[in-house]
Design a protein around this ligand. Structure first.
Ligand SMILES: CC(C)(COP(=O)(O)OP(=O)(O)OC[C@H]1O[C@@H](n2cnc3c(N)ncnc32)[C@H](O)[C@@H]1OP(=O)(O)O)[C@@H](O)C(=O)NCCC(=O)NCCS
Length: 178
């Protein structure tokens, strides 16, 4: 058995596995007692996301939005991580890095970060938004050189069934090539 991890552009046939990575990582990461985000909230959010994808006529893997790249980390044929990047007019945006719980802490997040450089603009700053209580992600981004911008967000899209919102913060890594 090989344990080599490869970072590749997502293919249409990865769709099901990508969905599973999102669901499993959400469930493992986002329930939070302090901010009253329950497991039930996350299960409901996952179900609604699945419903939106089923109803959507657009295929984001086949036809990505302008500037968007979806990467997967694969061990053999198994998708163990997903990374979504968007190059906007004024910035690079790291929309998500999700690594399956059993595969975290093995350097896959860092591999995504290096691969991301190929699909983004080195002259633009890199922004990321994360849940304020996601300390693992905070440490991960700090290690990559991101700093807290001080901006805090409460996005209605992250309002859960219980009424609680997942509160977010913003981090930035400034480009050294501007
Ligand atoms: C955050 C995440 C993307 C990091 O990916 P990863 O593959 O686990 O990270 P790496 O193995 O490349 O770790 C790189 C560094 O990040 C830091 N780090 C990673 N996981 C950490 C943890 N659980 N606690 C503290 N620091 C952590 C460490 O400094 C680590 O360096 P080290 O191994 O030299 O100590 C991954 O853990 C994950 O998917 N978490 C759940 C989803 C999420 O929070 N995504 C980010 C928000 S979009």
């Amino acid at each position: 058995m090989t344990t080599e991890i490869k970072i590749l552009i997502a293919k249409v046939e990865d769709r099901e596995q990508i969905g599973e990575v999102f669901d499993r990582v959400w469930l493992a990461t986002y329930p939070n007692e302090e901010y009253k985000i329950t497991v039930d909230d996350i299960l409901d959010h996952i179900e609604k996301r699945r419903q939106r994808i089923r109803e959507s006529r657009e295929d984001r893997i086949k036809n990505p939005l302008k500037g968007e790249t979806l990467l997967v980390a694969q061990e053999d044929d198994k998708v163990v991580g997903v990374c979504r990047l968007v190059v906007k007019d004024d910035r690079n945006q790291l929309q998500a890095i999700y690594v399956l719980p059993d595969y975290q802490g093995r350097g896959i997040g860092t591999m995504f970060w290096w691969e991301a450089q190929k699909y983004t603009d080195p002259k633009k700053d890199f922004f990321v938004e994360l849940a304020v209580y996601n300390t693992n992600a905070l440490e991960f981004y700090k290690k990559l050189g991101f700093v807290d911008t001080g901006r805090r967000m409460r996005d209605e899209k992250l309002r859960m069934k219980s009424g609680s919102i997942i509160p977010e913060m913003e981090m930035v890594k400034l480009s050294s090539r501007k």
